[in-house]
Design a protein around this ligand. Structure first.
Ligand code: AMP
Ligand code: GLY
Length: 414
């Protein structure tokens, strides 16, 4: 099977390795990819904001399967263009991608599907903002209604800051604050069936102890030793399956990866958000733990054949730590040379904002790379990830030192 994978981040590096490891994948092409992915796949420097360029490349390489990593091409409708040409695609249609593209749309579908989420108002005027903020009180949660690269949400005790963010965004969703640990739980769907993956936890804030601004994600780990054992089954019956059924009933079936971001509150779990693609950096911990061959799995999802599939996992743990350029999630300071990228046993380094300049690797994005450690438990996985990331020298960069720390301490207490 010839596969085209679209994207260039750590998530695509992890997905690419997973696809490449499946013997069913006879050739792997990535657009545009990065220097890490180029070590095992053929990279094509196209503009993935252009549906036409993606479609032309898929035709040129005679792709049997196209896997779309990031949300933008999905929201742009590239999956529809490919399906029109009878090319199998892992990724939702433009209509179904609105689950991530519009927070208001996601709330409507959840309401129709009976899926529990934060109460909210969609607002566009200062009067509406103020009334919604005062209805819920602090902490205030204000979300840009459209795509914002994981940076459109402000959670703050400061009413002025909440109001400023709403004014800067225009159309926003203002909602009830959900208190409780967050879990990312992904489902792989062929439009009818959905398979729940094991849960992961992401670290959204830029700095240790969950301080600093929200980012796309600074680290992740899986599995979650502290989470209730029924979380997968419950999320399947209460969230994933009803969403897939509702999207079907609307005539816009969801094929691809449905990402449920959950808050485990005192009143039970509530959906914080949906994404319509694999999470980054959760993918960098989930794919190394997944035993089910990835290329065949995603092909079955793309072609309606998931019904009898069961996901298999190793019993190991994985911890990913992101190295980001100073300034991220604002304007990152780029251009520094990454002196060396060490390898370690049971460690994988996934490239993200890295470009090649002659012999050198240069930081060229907000999140530069991530290091995943794999071990018998979280403590071992964490030690391996931190040992390697601490040896990477990149001026003007930072990483969190507390990824999976509390979970690994709790695990030892068990
Ligand atoms: P989102 O882009 O919707 O995932 O939001 C980014 C982050 O903001 C989430 O991972 C949470 O940490 C936080 N957040 C979003 N919505 C809420 C909420 N209703 N209550 C508490 N925290 C929230
Ligand atoms: N890690 C959060 C996301 O991928 O949106």
């Amino acid at each position: 099977m010839k596969i085209l994978l679209v994207g260039s981040g750590g998530r695509e590096h992890a997905l690419g390795l997973g696809l490449h490891a499946d013997p069913a994948c006879t050739s792997l092409h990535v657009a545009p990819g990065n220097p890490g992915i180029a070590e095992f796949a053929q990279c094509h420097a196209i503009d993935i904001s252009s549906n036409a360029e993606i479609v032309a490349l898929a035709q040129e390489i005679e792709a049997d399967l196209v896997v779309i990593g990031p949300e933008t091409p999905l929201v742009n409708g590239v999956a529809d263009d490919l399906r029109r040409l009878k090319i199998a695609v892992f990724g939702p249609s433009k209509a179904a991608a609105q689950l991530e593209g519009s927070k208001t749309f996601a709330k409507e579908v959840m309401s129709d599907a009976g899926v529990l989420t934060a109460q909210s108002f969609t607002c566009s005027t200062v009067q509406e903002y103020e009334s919604a903020l005062d209805t819920f009180g602090p902490p205030y949660v204000v979300k840009d209604d459209g795509l914002a690269g994981g940076k459109g949400v402000v959670v703050t005790l400061n009413r002025e800051e909440a109001l400023r963010h709403a004014i800067a965004c225009g159309r926003v969703v203002i909602e009830e604050f959900l208190n409780g640990p967050e879990v990312s739980l992904f489902g792989i769907s062929d439009g009818v069936s959905i398979l729940a993956m094991q849960p992961a936890q992401d670290f959204k804030r830029a700095h240790d102890n969950d301080t600093g601004p929200n980012t796309g994600g600074m680290g992740a780990y899986s599995p979650l030793p502290w989470a209730p054992t029924e979380i997968i089954e419950e999320t399947y019956t209460q969230v994933l399956a009803p969403m897939i059924a509702e999207m079907n009933a609307r005539g816009t079936p969801f094929v691809g990866l449905l990402y449920a971001g959950l808050a485990l509150t005192d009143h039970g779990s509530r959906v914080i958000e949906f994404n319509v693609r694999f999470g980054d950096p959760e993918t960098q911990v989930l794919i190394p733990l997944l035993k089910t061959p990835l290329a065949s799995l995603l092909f079955k999802a793309a072609t309606g054949g998931l019904a009898d599939t069961v996901l298999e996992w190793t019993d190991q743990s994985a911890v990913a730590v992101v190295l980001a350029a100073d300034g991220y999630p604002g304007a990152p300071q780029n251009g520094s040379v990454i002196s060396k990228i060490p390898n370690g046993e049971n460690v994988k380094v996934f490239y993200a904002g890295i470009s090649q300049s002659g012999e050198s690797l240069i930081a060229s994005g907000g999140r530069v790379l991530s290091v995943t450690g794999i071990g018998a438990d979280l403590t071992e996985a964490r030690d391996r990830a931190y040992r390697v990331i601490s040896q990477i020298s990149l001026p003007c960069s930072f990483y969190r030192s507390d990824i999976a720390l509390n979970a690994s301490v709790a695990e030892k207490g068990n």
